[in-house]
Design a protein around this ligand. Sequence first.
Ligand SMILES: Nc1ncnc2c1ncn2[C@@H]1O[C@H](COP(=O)(O)OP(=O)(O)OP(=O)(O)O)[C@@H](O)[C@H]1O
Ligand SMILES: [Mg+2]
Length: 257
Amino acid sequence: MGKIVCFANNKGGVGKTTTAVALGYAWARMGKKVLFVDLDSQANLTAMVSPLAPDEHEASIRDAFLDKNQFKIEHAADHVDLVPSELSLSNFDRDTASVTGREYLLLDLLKPVKSKYDFIIIDCPPALGLITYNALIASDNLVMVATPDGLAYQGMVMVANLYADVKSNPRLNPDLVLSGVIISKYERNKLSDMYVEKIKSEMGDAFIEPVLTKATKIAQAGSFNQNIYDYDPSGKVTKQYLEIAKTLGKRVSGRKL
Ligand SMILES: Nc1ncnc2c1ncn2[C@@H]1O[C@H](COP(=O)(O)OP(=O)(O)OP(=O)(O)O)[C@@H](O)[C@H]1O
Ligand SMILES: [Mg+2]
């Protein structure tokens, strides 16, 4: 049975999507079968992973939330499938206002396909609304991504509080595990070093080394919708991502990759 892993932080721009994509591709390159689920109406992950133009997708995750017969999985690359997002997912709260059990929509969609994949990767929006709630309820594992600064730290603490709520409620997701805390876009200075140490000491075993360095090539790869293993195969951050993929992959799957 595959594992569902979601990437979250209430703060925007901290590297959630870049990290979700980089780790997913790393696992696919190790021969694992990966499904990406884009839960952000910005559809950044969709643009990075899919060879299709935004208007070429047959159906998005928003369509599937409104009608489960519209749950369409696209093939994106070798070992990589995708459920795309689109801008109108931003209407999710309004769209589902009269739906009972709307916290469980994602769980119900993913249950039947879970056994087909080794890893199902969910990219959350920078918010703690109903969409992220769906992600935490549907997932086996939570990974929090943060840049080493005060606002990203606070956004992470908010996710940690939501995680505690979801986990402590037997009707929500008591089996959810906080499997990773990843620091991204690190640049050496006093403030960053202070936050790295703070996050490390507070997060204990969940903290994952190495800290990801800030690198122009990673931002470039993102802008060109290119994958870092093709764009910068020998880059420092590319290697850091491969190392994290091994550690997190083992934690999540319970086996060495
Ligand atoms: N290690 C890195 N070095 C330099 N730039 C990076 C790095 N990681 C991510 N970026 C860049 O930082 C920006 C934000 O990254 P990303 O989109 O992954 O963040 P996010 O948390 O998903 O944002 P949002 O909350 O808006 O969804 C992007 O332009 C991305 O290319
Ligand atoms: Mg994102």
